[in-house]
Design a protein around this ligand. Structure first.
Ligand SMILES: *Cc1c(COP(=O)(O)O)cnc(C)c1O
Length: 366
């Protein structure tokens, strides 16, 4: 089976983890600080604050910018549930705007309808590793005085007009086991804002700057040096990881050209895609529907994934939630029915790529 994602950590990671283990200092320490510095460089931001996972990163970013009960955010309904859960956790209300099917990200033209006097943040999700149209989103957010919080959990190192994801406002990243940089669990918040960074560091550590001096009511959101030791070698070689993913995406797009009913993903002009996922759309013109294609691929030993099968607002737990507003988002609805992600990770071989292309083409009789 060619898996949709795979974790293969090399001898550099092993050596660094062992170094931390033997140091006897395994909680947050110098390795976390080193990871923060390296990650800030990747994002072109003065601050990067490590936390224990990507969902915490969102909660932390929201709390640090002062989001709370009575405030609203606008985000994509076509995302991993953490985006919404984090806003609910700080007491905010969630509204959804629609997406575009060219990049699967928030459509700035549909944002205006969802902005209200209570909107405190617009939360674009850089789905599959490509930046949302941040310039237009930032203009729309600014029109009501709202902040931009990028959910960049899938987009480490992605760019828009040469500017990195994470540098457009306050932004959050995940190092979950399937992400482009993976530590099992882990997260990061980046920001240009000195006050937000200071609040993040306080909130992360029980409100303490000095031991047992509690300046605010805080949390324990700390990352450990063990996780940072897993991330550091991956960060050092990350350019190679992205280059391999780009090559694989190009090979898939080449091999899958001209299949009726299959729409391959595009890197839009000005955007540097980091190919967290390679996601095709299976339209009504295809020989099989999306789920049947996924089954056929499984039968030929090719893994695939549906990210995500339903819109957040379509689950009972959110449809009936008093702080989740109903919204009509037809493009997102269609995408949830059509998307299928194929393996694109850096460990694929040329023969894996051939097998993926052949399996898709033969399943769709192309
Ligand atoms: C993975 C992910 C998160 C949450 O990250 P965790 O580290 O799993 O908590 C949030 N948003 C998106 C879009 C994600 O893909």
């Amino acid at each position: 089976m060619i898996p949709i994602s795979t974790v293969r950590l090399g001898p550099e990671v092993e050596a660094l983890v062992v170094e931390v283990l033997r140091s006897g200092s395994i909680a947050q320490g110098p390795k976390v600080a080193e990871l923060e510095a390296g990650f800030a460089t990747l994002c072109g931001t003065p601050h990067a604050v490590a936390v224990n996972n990507g969902t915490t990163a969102l909660v932390a970013a929201f709390e640090a910018i002062g989001l709370g009960p009575g405030d609203e955010i606008v985000t994509s309904p076509f995302t991993f549930v953490a985006t919404v859960n984090a806003a609910l956790e700080v007491g905010a209300t969630v509204r959804f705007a629609d997406i575009r099917d060219e990049d699967f990200c928030l459509d700035p033209d549909t944002l205006a309808d969802q902005l209200t006097d209570a909107t405190q943040a617009v939360v674009p999700v850089h789905l599959y590793g490509q930046c949302a149209p941040l310039e237009e989103i930032a203009v729309a957010a600014a029109s009501v005085g709202a902040a931009v919080v990028e959910d960049a959990a899938q987009a480490h190192g992605a760019t828009l007009d040469g500017r990195p994801a994470g540098s457009w406002g306050t932004a959050t990243f995940s190092f979950y086991a399937t992400k482009n940089i993976a530590t099992g669990e882990g997260g990061m918040v980046t920001t240009h804002d000195d006050d937000v960074a200071d609040r993040l560091r306080l909130l992360r550590n029980q409100g303490m700057r000095q031991r047992y001096v509690y300046e605010v009511a805080g949390h324990n959101w700390r990352m450990t040096d063990l996780q940072a030791a897993i991330a550091l070698p991956q960060l050092r070689t990350y350019a190679d990881t992205v280059a391999a993913r780009r090559r694989n995406a190009a090979a898939l797009t080449d091999g899958l050209a001209g299949v009726p009913g299959l729409v391959t993903p595009r890197e839009l002009p000005g955007r540097g895609h980091v190919w967290h996922q390679y996601t095709v759309r299976v339209t009504d013109e295809a020989a099989l529907d999306r789920d049947a294609l996924a089954d056929a691929l499984t039968a030929s030993g090719v893994g695939s994934g549906v990210y995500y099968p339903r819109l957040i607002g379509d689950y009972d737990s959110y449809r009936d939630h008093p702080r989740v507003a109903a919204a009509d988002t037809p493009v997102a609805r269609r995408c949830a029915r059509q998307v299928l992600s194929l393996p694109v990770h850096q460990h694929l071989t040329p023969s894996d790529l051939d097998r993926i292309v052949t399996a898709v083409r033969s399943a769709l009789h192309a």
